[in-house]
Every structure is written in structure tokens, then in C-alpha cells.
Design a protein around this ligand. Structure first.
Ligand code: GDP
Length: 306
């Protein structure tokens, strides 16, 4: 079948793919190749000559990072994606899967979010730069399919979490930031400060599930239109915080900081297409995923990305 190249392999999904231990897989991290530099990725691709690519590399963050680094997230993601897809095409890659996120959908649209609504309106202002850059992945994949018959597919997962996450307190996503903050609150015997009202609803997906779904999609999915990877189960930020606190055995006070943003109230996703292909796929329950993430964090502190 040839080699599979994974970009962005140092992140949480890359880590989950490594645990699956697929054969003939080469892992590329940010430290090895700067994907914003076309000549570098093109030379790397020509040297490795993969037949398949799992393109995970991206400049990402949670609501904090997205609001502060709107320009950087746009610039970096546009360049990374344009370069990776083009070098893959030149090198004759047979199959490529790349990833967006449900946060790139229009701010105002009908729920649940459906793959076909991706471009039907501007994204939420909190992630303007990231969302527009990421939407171009779908555009580029589709355009390459039209002109050059490239079998490039796009997955749209909801908020991914798991071991080897980015635990940054200001730029990170909600689960890793909360686990980290809860750990520090416990250590210093202080209150746990949560951003926003706790009312927004989100869907979360454990990184191991994304690794399995990515591997499935490489073999079985070839539609021009993207596919949402989600269980479709929503949880409020308040319930999530209580779950994290209980898994960390934190019994201090929770403070909801209303000076921090809530972001979109909810963004439930339509899992019809995924279920059409995989009616029996079992997603990791959030209780189990949080427990595994907490265990990983505690074991690996202080050598982690934060
Ligand atoms: P989003 O789903 O794209 O909005 O990304 P996030 O993973 O950043 O989740 C944001 C939601 O979690 C918002 O409703 C925030 O108010 C809430 N939240 C609560 N505490 C935190 C925190 O420590 N970090 C982040 N990023 N969000 C938090």
C-alpha cells in the first residue's frame, strides 16, 4: 500500500495515531519541517514519497488564542494547508485526509450543523481568521478533485481532547486548560476559575476515536463533501467542569468569570452522514475520556506542552 505520512504528529491526534501503531507510517512534527515553507515540505514529500497523508498540522487554540491571534492563525493555516496539499499533489499522493473543526461553521445557521452548510455565512467573530483559513481546506480539496482527480477528503471533528493535548492556560482549548487549572488550584488550595457563564453547550470527541475514524476514512471515504466526526452528544461547560473537578478530586469552589467570553452558545452537529457509514461506531464516553486525559496529565506533568 505504500507509506503513510502524518503531519502535525506531535499533537494530540498524532499521539493517538501512534498508539494504534499503523504499519509504514512516518510522523512529521513541527520541529522537523516548517510547513509554512513550501520548498521544505515539497522536498520532504519528494524524499518520503508517501502514498497517503494524514494532514493534522495546524496552528490552533481555544477561544482565547483565536481571539488574540486571529491574523496569525489565518496566515499560518492558509500557508500550511496550501503547501501540504500542493506538495502532496506534485508527489502523486493517492489519498489525503485533512481536518477542520465544527467551530468553522457559520455563526448563524440551522442546527444541527450539516456538512452542506459550511460556507453559508460568516463564522463566529471569535474565530474569524482560523475559520476562514480552515474552510479553504475544503475548497482546495474540492478544486484539486475537480481538476486533478485528487482523492483528498476532509473531516470535521468537534472539540477534540485527550492525552498529549496542548495544556496552555490562555490559548488552549477548554478541557486541557481546565484540567491544568484545576491541577494548579488543588496544589495551591485556591478556587477554580472557569471562563464565561458555564452555560454554553459543546460536543467533545476523544482523540483515540479520531485516530480510528481517520484510519477508517482513508480506506472507506471518498466523497467530495466533508464528513463530521462527532457523537452528537452535547454537554454544558458547567457539567464538564464538575466532571473534571470530580475526576481530579477537587472539592474547592468553582468561580464562573463573566469577564471571559462564552463564545457560541451551542453548535450541535449532524451525525447522519457518519452514522450512514458507521452505524455501530462507539464513541468513548466523556467520563472515560476525561479520566484518561487527567491520568495522562498528572503522570506527565511537568514535561508537557503548556
Ligand atoms: P470553542 O468550542 O471553539 O469555543 O473552544 P474552546 O475549547 O476554547 O471552548 C470554549 C468554551 O469553554 C467557552 O464557552 C468558554 O467560555 C468555556 N471555557 C471555560 N473555561 C475555559 C478555559 O479555561 N479555556 C477555554 N478555552 N475555554 C473555557
Amino acid at each position: 500500500m505504500g507509506k503513510t505520512l502524518v503531519t502535525g504528529a506531535g499533537g494530540l491526534v498524532g499521539y493517538a495515531i501512534k498508539q494504534l501503531n499503523p504499519p509504514d507510517t512516518i510522523y512529521l512534527t513541527r520541529k522537523e519541517v516548517d510547513l509554512t515553507d513550501f520548498d521544505k515540505i515539497d522536498a520532504t514529500m519528494a524524499h518520503i514519497r508517501p502514498s497517503r497523508v494524514i494532514h493534522l498540522a495546524a496552528t490552533v487554540g481555544g477561544i482565547g488564542g483565536n481571539m488574540i491571534h486571529s491574523g496569525e492563525y489565518f496566515r499560518s493555516n492558509i500557508m500550511i494547508n496550501t503547501n501540504v496539499l500542493e506538495s502532496a499533489r506534485r508527489c502523486g499522493v493517492k489519498k489525503l485526509i485533512s481536518f477542520m473543526s465544527t467551530c468553522v461553521f457559520p455563526n448563524t445557521c440551522t442546527y444541527p450543523l450539516n456538512e452542506k452548510d459550511l460556507h453559508n455565512g460568516p463564522p463566529h467573530p471569535s474565530n474569524f481568521g482560523y475559520a476562514y483559513a480552515k474552510r479553504m481546506l475544503e475548497v482546495q480539496s474540492s478544486a484539486y478533485r475537480n481538476e486533478w482527480n485528487c482523492d483528498y477528503i476532509v473531516a470535521i471533528p468537534t472539540n477534540i481532547y485527550g492525552p498529549n493535548d496542548d495544556w496552555n492556560l490562555s490559548d488552549g482549548h477548554v478541557i486541557p486548560s481546565l484540567i491544568h487549572r484545576c491541577f494548579l488550584s488543588k496544589k495551591t488550595n485556591s478556587d477554580l476559575v472557569v471562563w464565561g457563564s458555564g452555560k454554553p453547550l459543546r460536543e467533545f470527541v476523544f482523540s483515540d476515536d479520531i485516530a480510528k475514524l481517520a484510519s477508517w476514512a482513508l480506506d472507506n471515504y471518498s466523497e467530495d463533501s466533508p464528513i463530521i466526526f462527532s457523537s452528537g452528544i452535547e454537554i454544558s461547560i458547567r457539567d464538564l467542569v464538575e466532571l473534571v473537578a470530580s475526576k481530579m478530586k477537587f472539592d474547592g469552589k468553582l468561580i464562573f468569570d463573566s469577564t471571559k467570553p462564552d463564545g457560541q452558545y451551542r453548535k450541535p452537529s449532524d451525525t447522519t452522514k457518519l452514522r450512514k457509514y458507521l452505524p455501530d461506531f462507539v464513541f468513548t464516553p466523556i467520563e472515560e475520556g476525561i479520566e484518561k486525559s487527567v491520568d495522562w496529565f498528572v503522570t506527565n506533568y511537568p514535561n508537557l506542552r503548556k
